[in-house]
Design a protein around this ligand. Structure first.
Ligand code: FES
Length: 114
């Protein structure tokens, strides 16, 4: 089980939902199911419109690794610098910005801000 908390000025209050780990759903998919209004366009990791900030609420985040495509789109969207990308790879830490349509929810508790 994973708890995903959505927080945004576009919502009246934060909403925490349970997501079943292992069902391969993305943050965007969970958000759509629970009416959290994350903006999106392509749903294919290409436009960058679904960029969200992801903060682990317990333990080390499990979904750390960015794909090359996600890195490129986040850098083009101005959410990640090349230096930050390199640091993330060296330190094996989680980047703050992710693409909601590409981030598979794992067995972790996360805060998603948009
Ligand atoms: S909706 Fe286009 S990158 Fe996620």
């Amino acid at each position: 089980m994973a708890n995903v908390t959505f927080s945004s000025p576009a919502m009246k209050k934060d909403v925490t939902v349970y997501a079943v780990a292992g069902d391969r759903r993305t943050i965007l998919g969970v958000a759509q199911e629970h009416q959290a209004p994350i903006h999106f366009e392509c749903q294919n990791g290409e436009c960058g419109s679904c960029a969200v900030q992801v903060t682990p609420l317990s333990g080390k985040p499990m979904a750390v690794h960015l794909t090359e495509k996600e890195k490129s789109v986040l850098m083009l969207a101005g959410k990640l610098t090349k230096a930050q990308c390199e640091q993330i790879e060296v330190t094996d830490t989680a980047p703050m910005w992710r693409l909601a349509c590409q981030y598979i929810v794992r067995d972790e508790n996360i805060l998603v801000q948009f």
